[in-house]
Design a protein around this ligand. Sequence first.
Ligand SMILES: Cc1ncc(COP(=O)(O)O)c(C=O)c1O
Length: 407
Amino acid sequence: MNPHLDKLHPYPFEKLRELFAGVTPHADYAPISLGIGEPKHPTPAFIEKALTHAIAGLANYPSTIGSEPLRAAIAGWLERRYAIPALDPATMVLPVNGSREALFGIAHAVIDASRPDPLVLSPNPFYQIYEGAAYLAGASPWFVNSDPARNFAPDFSTVPDDVWARVQLLYICSPGNPTGAVLSQGDWRELFELSDRHGFVIAADECYSEIYCGATPPLGALEAAHALGRSSGERPYANLIVFSSLSKRSNVPGMRSGFVAGDPQVIKKFLLYRTYSGGAMSPPVQTASIAAWNDETHVQDNRTLYKEKFSLITPLLRQVMDVELPDAGFYLWADVRRTGLSDTEFARRLYAEYNVTVLPGSYLARDAHGTNPGRNRIRMALVAGVDEGLEAATRIVQFCQNLRTAS
Ligand SMILES: Cc1ncc(COP(=O)(O)O)c(C=O)c1O
């Protein structure tokens, strides 16, 4: 068997199951989960209709590159959303079956395991797929801790030169999971300069880009690159590839639809890789995806619902823990040190006493450079309905206040 498989860590939810083993939650409370980041708002009816109307497409094998109308719809969305020049749909855009499989696959297309000790740079905390992708592509992950003092941007100046020399791929997530932080133009400039100097590919994970509370949509990697004059010339968006998804934007996590876009040289190799790995998107899903990328009304409605939840729930929680509105995404990334409990104790006792599930932050990060940057934090996914979210927040406040009176 592939020995790299033994390097994979259990998924955070497996660790949570272990943490909760033997615990019987308080019978007076119905379960509420803020644990898993699965969108729960209803799928818009027009997307369901588009899918069923295209069901006859099941009779055909799809091509890996995807239909021209789908690639054009994605390129059109990118142009509108980021005010960038149109990307060539034939060479710079590729549909993928959700961003997860593509974030995993890209490491296999990029990593040259014949070079000595290849490294994949990852933020910490991070989406666990980056780490597994690194290992299974024959590389090792190297973590750069998110720095709360820099709005959770990783501090790349801490990475030694001998490490940069071995980095072939860098994952970055903006808006971040779990931090919700959005990289600034200055952060991107630094990253592009590093990529130019050391020759690594940047995989920019942007699957939360459409869920934000403020008036300004999060800056995208292609947008930042364009502002720096990197969108044209011999190699547009050199060494940059962006991953996006309909799962959160359009509430279709089960449809498995996303795209990658950027550097045509990277896309060309990734397309070749995908032809063998079998990454073609089902024809009805392609049709439904076109409908979804071409509509913004449902995305605005979706955002409004998240905004309402964030504006009601965050002030409640702020009474008992250190928590701020994120730049974007649907997570609250709270510091629970004030409660006197560790992140795991907090999650376990909250589950036992109030039947609310939250994810310990340390499960989303690794010990690196003497610390686990997720420790003492919890991640709460505001995916449930407004009422359920408010009920969860009320229980969490009660839980924390009881802790205070008990101590
Ligand atoms: C940071 C991040 N990237 C990518 C994904 C994958 O999403 P999908 O495969 O549904 O596009 C997720 C899903 O939760 C995520 O949190």
